[in-house]
Design a binder for this molecule. Structure first.
Ligand SMILES: *Cc1c(COP(=O)(O)O)cnc(C)c1O
Length: 394
């Protein structure tokens, strides 16, 4: 039975670049007019009148607690394995070790399949399922493939995943156990995308690439909702986020604007910091050069697989969010990433993904440069669980 008070307030899709509007109740990928990402829009005036933070208190501890502000219309299509509502830890020992406080860690490694990709794919697969997709396709550096495989298995949909041949073994094993068709590709995620396109065109598989459909972003925006809820409807001064395709950063930025329209937070925003690896830093370079879009990065190389994204379709949205927030973009070396991953582990008890370690490396850099001021509250996103990155720890 659908509960009327938890129905989605989704009204339409809107192109992030040209502004064209689209019917939200059919499947879309990029804007047919300009080829840029579509964004989900809601009737927030109506949502504001019927929903308040108090209504959330008794709801399930998953991202579906924000169901009115997510795109799935019927509850029976919500595919849930317990995604979202991850802990926000105060990192006291880390604070003591590096001489800055307060520092919080949002531990996304506790999501189903071990990364925050579960958020985006729980919502996107649910919505594709609701709108009639039968077979799904994704190019992935590892974590997105596992997450898509899991939700496809839950729904009984076909899953086709394309991963670089050099991803650590556990990522491949996971997809196979979850029933996906795995194709290994000699190359990077961009090469995987090229190969996936064939099956999309030939067999009508639905493409769930980052920002190439509108709803992974909706899943990931719940990190912003949660952060506000966990900080009692306030936001930190600084958010440091490891950026590949950028869905998380763009999603949180969207969430903060929606929360302000709902009247749940004020106009104050965190400084959004994007961290990338020196071996693949297209967003950092574009930020520094002041351009609207990012040039593709040649010879992308880094141990942090989730950051090995040489070209992001949402580049201008990432750059916009960083600039609007007065934030910055930082490139750190793989050596700094590894050192920070161990430092994070031994001071917090969390086994982080290297992408999570990268956020601490950026924090250390920004403290050294005095870009972050004494007393600024900082949230680091540990976006994944370190356990699957098998080779790194040998
Ligand atoms: C995908 C991924 C990232 C990058 O996330 P985006 O939102 O696409 O920028 C960071 N960390 C991990 C562990 C990932 O799997």
């Amino acid at each position: 039975m659908s509960q009327p008070e938890q129905q989605s307030f989704l009204t339409h899709l809107e192109c992030s670049l040209c502004g064209e509007k689209y019917d939200p109740d059919r499947l879309w990928n990029l804007c047919p007019r300009c080829g840029k990402p579509l964004l989900a829009r809601y009737n927030l005036t109506k949502a504001k009148a019927s929903l308040s933070p108090d209504d959330l208190v008794k709801r399930e501890p998953t991202l579906w607690r924000y169901g009115e502000l997510l795109p799935v219309r019927q509850k029976s299509y919500r595919l849930s394995l317990g995604e979202g509502y991850t802990p926000l830890h105060r990192a006291f020992r880390l604070e003591h070790e590096i001489g800055h406080s307060p520092i919080f860690i949002k531990d996304e490694g506790l999501n189903p399949t071990g990364s925050f990709k579960a958020r985006g794919l729980s919502v996107a697969v649910s919505r594709a399922y609701e709108l009639g997709a039968r077979a799904l396709s994704i190019p992935s550096a590892g974590n997105a493939a596992g997450a898509m495989s899991a939700y496809a298995a839950l729904a009984g949909l076909e899953a086709h995943v394309f991963m670089p041949a050099d991803v650590p073994r556990p990522f491949i094993n996971e997809c196979r156990v979850l029933g996906a068709q795995v194709t290994l590709v000699d190359g990077l995620i961009t090469d995987c995308a090229r190969l996936a396109r064939e099956g999309i065109e030939k067999y009508g598989r639905f493409d769930l690439s980052t920002l190439k459909e509108p709803y992974r972003l909706e899943g990931k925006k719940t990190m912003g909702y949660e952060l506000a809820e966990q900080l009692d409807w306030s936001l930190p001064e600084v958010i440091i986020y490891p950026t590949g395709g950028g869905t998380g950063l763009v999603g949180m930025w969207k969430a903060f604007n929606e929360l302000e329209e709902l009247g749940w937070i004020g106009s104050k925003r965190p400084l959004m910091v994007s961290v990338q690896s020196e071996g693949c830093a297209p967003i950092v370079r574009a930020f520094q050069e002041g351009t609207e879009f990012a040039e593709p990065w040649a010879n992308a190389r880094t141990i942090a697989d989730g950051l090995r994204v040489p070209s992001a379709v949402g580049d201008f949205l990432i750059l916009r969010a960083i600039r609007e927030s007065q934030g910055t973009a930082v490139a750190v070396s793989d050596t700094e990433i590894m050192e920070s991953t161990y430092l994070l582990g031994k001071t917090t008890g969390i086994w982080p993904a290297p992408e999570g370690g990268a956020t601490l490396a950026a924090l250390l850099r920004l403290l050294k440069d005095r870009w972050i001021k004494e007393g600024d509250s900082v949230v680091l996103f540990n976006t994944g669980n370190g356990a699957k990155y098998s080779r790194l720890w040998d």
